[in-house]
Design a protein around this ligand. Structure first.
Ligand SMILES: Nc1nc2c(c(=O)[nH]1)N[C@H]1C(S)=C(S)[C@@H](COP(=O)(O)OP(=O)(O)OC[C@H]3O[C@@H](n4cnc5c(=O)[nH]c(N)nc54)[C@H](O)[C@@H]3O)O[C@H]1N2
Ligand SMILES: Nc1nc2c(c(=O)[nH]1)N[C@H]1C(S)=C(S)[C@@H](COP(=O)(O)OP(=O)(O)OC[C@H]3O[C@@H](n4cnc5c(=O)[nH]c(N)nc54)[C@H](O)[C@@H]3O)O[C@H]1N2
Ligand code: SF4
Ligand SMILES: [Mo]
Length: 738
């Protein structure tokens, strides 16, 4: 496993850069620099797959502009200096608790960004930080991303983490809406080499249909591509449901309630009625419904293009309604649930939405969070509970949140801000203290979040490839931040990280009636002991009463950390298996096809069918060699197709008299952007990638490829009602020549 030559050594690690969880072979020089990265061909899941980002992990890790020391900002001069860890934590302990004491707990907000879904620190040490802050003002990238899917799943299956994924390797028919896995490598569908799996689907005679306002690389690979008007997917899917009922094509194979309510709701959306709004001809919609019903197995999969839209939750709901109505939920080749190996949150009561509401706009919480679309309101609106302090962990909401520019102005008005981040960027420049995580190669890796959504069951653990030296790990940073937020000093001789872990280990083992087996947990440190415990208690685990046999030679007796350490390429736990009704957490123990909060939102959908405008609308897009806002400082990744341009159909560009640049105006803001006419986008739609807008950055490469902040144009006053999710797609805009 470790290949050593005279001056290099090759080590194994999972790539943390996207949801595909590829295995990597990292070759390091004697002075610990990355000499090369290859896909790990012996990883049973990714089988050697690697994308340009994974190949650039070394450049990212060794970026000279990356922060290595804690940074403290002098507000008077707006200048930064490096500080010691002690000084940084002391300053936080001195400033944060008094603000909470004076203005109340709610005056401190927390924002959690996307990379937390990929780090051990994010999975294991954010919950204690949230508890320490004990504020309801918790925000994350989830409400700029997948919250509609989680709300829909929570209401239908009782648990927002019980999200079905298309059984990619076995399905005969895949309908994809608003996802472009050939560039993104997949999302809420952990599937290394997604492109290869789609090619294999077609090769075995399966059919791939892609619905997208752009003719994406995924669309080009498909048997059929349909342009759809942005934001109209819920109409399209409802018309498919309508047809399934009208033509008597419904076959329900799971225990489900609410069939009649769904049938009644669908009567308002016959194909002829939604054709204009969606841009998809009625005959095509009818044919899609018939094909889905007739295919031996089929799955509908919809991702970010349909989540970050005005009817995101209804769309995500209808995806799984169709998976149920065509008999494809929870069966091989259909839409199935993964069985992650590590014990997750054990939910005993059904998911509920809106247990409390935000102060200013009275928006309901979802999964303990408020919509990121209302953070600026909470910071800028005076009154009791006004947000005055903010902690951000691995997020850049100035570039990623709707009305990002407005949020940036709001951050400037905070009394105190702490960021845990590897860069000084558009968001962290407003902080008083930045605490940088160590290099990726100094961090352990286990995919606690993403393996919930994997298309095969699989587990892999990577120890840190490089020692930490005398700096804290990101897990320690979060644990110490929790201590500082409580206004406490870490107890001498007591590691705050170990203290957190011990509390959780004792609590979990006590609940499982296994406290006396505490001493059996192995690992180099308390984090590893926790991981060992989670694996032993998980569904394949040594301590699980019904541990499934691990389908790998040489592994018997159930999973634990030692098994993963002995199998550093990862362990294949087999294809997805049917999990209903065991996985359900609904009160009825049935799939709820017609949850009331969703039926309530159907009226809003009906109303909007008539008044849809026909003007130009803006959508986003992802770029292969990019990742949201933070990989633009790697020279090998930026440039070429990875630049911030406005895609527009040539006919629109000509009609509007646009030259090299256009002024794009929305209700929220105005931008001047370079124009790139392309036949690959449907008329009436323009596309701008997000995550750009680095003018004036201290990051030397990113500054040279600045681009503009697409979220200047998106509008935080418009959200998907049930989930509070941001709306990035279908934003009305006007265009004029620059
Ligand atoms: N218009 C538009 N806006 C969008 C989207 C869109 O499609 N269109 N997509 C949305 C989506 S899906 C998402 S997920 C959000 C992302 O929203 P955010 O998570 O707010 O944004 P990122 O750009 O991913 O920022 C990640 C930050 O984490 C830092 N970082 C990277 N690795 C680590 C680490 O290991 N530890 C720590 N502490 N920090 C780290 C980076 O330096 C960066 O500052 O953006 C959303 N915004
Ligand atoms: N290379 C790369 N990979 C990434 C990221 C990245 O920035 N770059 N980001 C990561 C993150 S955080 C996420 S969440 C995932 C997202 O992964 P995906 O969901 O695959 O994201 P996109 O590639 O943006 O694909 C969304 C598609 O939706 C289309 N679309 C826009 N509006 C609509 C609409 O109204 N209806 C329909 N049907 N389609 C619409 C867009 O044209 C686009 O092709 O990718 C992850 N992987
Ligand atoms: S596809 Fe994702 S996980 Fe795989 S190498 Fe690329 S960035 Fe890493
Ligand atoms: Mo995302």
């Amino acid at each position: 496993m470790t290949h050593v030559t005279e001056d290099t050594r090759t080590l194994l690690r999972t790539c943390p850069l996207c949801e595909a969880v590829c295995g990597l072979e990292v070759t390091l020089t004697a002075d610990d620099l990355v000499a090369g990265i290859r896909g790990d061909r012996r990883d049973p899941f990714s089988k050697g797959f690697l994308c340009p980002k994974g190949a650039s992990l070394g450049h990212l890790d060794e970026d000279p502009d990356r922060l290595t020391d804690p940074m403290i900002r002098d507000r008077a001069t707006d200048t930064w200096r490096a500080a010691s860890w002690e000084e940084a934590f002391d300053l936080i302990a001195e400033r944060l608790p008094p603000l909470a004491a004076e203005y109340g707990r709610q005056s401190t907000a927390l924002y959690l960004g996307n990379p937390n879904a990929h780090t051990v620190a994010g999975a294991l040490y954010l919950p204690p930080l949230i508890r320490a802050l004990s504020t309801r003002n918790v925000y994350s990238a989830s409400t700029a991303d997948q919250m509609p899917k989680q709300v829909a799943s929570g209401l239908m299956f009782g648990d927002p983490l019980t999200v079905p994924v298309p059984d990619l390797d076995r399905t005969d028919y895949l309908l994809v809406l608003g996802a472009n896995p050939l560039e993104s490598n997949g999302s809420l569908c952990t599937s290394p080499d997604f492109p290869g799996r789609l090619k294999a689907l077609r090769k075995r005679g399966g059919r791939l249909v892609v619905v997208d306002p752009r003719r994406t690389r995924t669309a080009k690979l498909a048997d059929e591509h349909l342009f759809v008007r942005p934001g109209s997917d819920a109409y399209l899917l409802f018309a498919i449901v309508h047809t399934l009922f009208a033509e008597d094509l419904v076959t329900v194979r799971v225990e489900a309630s609410g069939l009649d309510e769904v049938r009644t709701a669908a009567t308002a959306f016959p194909p002829q009625r939604v054709a204009d709004r969606t841009g998809v001809p009625a005959e095509t919609i009818v044919r899609l419904a018939r094909e889905l019903a007739a295919a031996p197995t089929a799955a509908v999969y919809a991702r970010i293009g349909t989540c970050t839209a005005e009817f995101g939750t209804l769309t995500q709901w209808l995806v799984d309604v169709i998976n149920v109505l065509t008999g494809n939920l929870d069966r091989p080749g259909g839409a199935m649930f993964a069985t992650p190996a590590a014990l997750g949150i054990v939910r005993t009561r059904p998911f509920r939405l809106g247990r409390w509401s935000s102060r200013v706009r009275e928006l309901p919480e979802a999964m303990g969070e408020f919509p990121i679309a209302t953070l600026a309101d909470e910071i800028t609106t005076p009154g009791e509970g006004q947000v005055r302090a903010l902690v951000t962990v691995a997020g850049n909401p100035v570039l990623s949140a709707p009305s990002g520019a407005r949020l940036g102005e709001a951050l400037a008005g905070l009394e105190f801000m702490v960021s845990v981040d590897r860069y000084l960027n558009e968001t962290t420049r407003h902080a008083d203290v930045i605490l940088p995580p160590p290099r990726t190669l100094q961090s352990p890796h286990y995919d606690f979040a993403l393996l919930n959504f994997a298309v095969r069951d699989y587990a892999r653990y990577s120890r840190p490839l490089l020692p930490l030296g005398d700096r804290p790990s990101e897990s320690e940073i979060l644990a110490r931040l929790a201590v500082a937020a409580l206004g406490q000093q870490p107890e001498p001789d007591r590691d705050p990280l170990a203290a957190v872990d011990e509390l959780i280990i004792a609590g979990t083992l006590h609940k499982a009636g296994l406290l006396e087996r505490r001493a059996e947990l192995i690992g180099d440190n308390s984090t590893e002991q926790r991981i060992d415990m989670m694996l032993r208690l998980g569904p394949y685990g040594e301590w699980h009463p019904a541990a499934a046999e691990v389908e790998q030679e040489g592994v018997s007796g159930g999973l634990n950390l030692q098994v993963l350490l002995d199998n550093p390429h990862g362990i294949d736990l087999g294809p997805l298996r049917p999990r209903l009704p065991e996985a359900l957490r609904t009160a009825s123990k049935r799939v709820e096809l017609a949850p009331q909060p969703l039926l309530d939102d159907v009226a809003r959908l009906r109303d909007r069918l008539a008044d849809a405008s026909t003007g130009m609308v803006l959508i986003g897009r992802r770029q292969l060699r990019s990742n949201n806002s933070w990989m633009h400082n790697v020279a090998t990744l930026v440039g070429g197709s990875n630049t911030c341009t406005l895609h527009i159909h040539p006919d629109d560009a000509e009609r509007l008299g646009l030259g090299a640049e256009a002024v794009v105006k929305s209700a929220a803001g105005t931008l001047t952007v370079p124009v790139e006419p392309t036949e690959e986008i449907m008329p009436g739609v323009v596309s701008l990638p997000h995550g750009w807008g680095h003018a004036g950055s201290t990051q030397s490469v990113a500054r040279e490829h600045a681009g503009v902040n697409a979220n200047t144009l998106t509008d935080d006053s418009i959200i998907d009602t049930p989930s509070g999710n941001a709306v990035f797609n279908g934003v009305p805009v006007t265009l004029t020549p620059a």
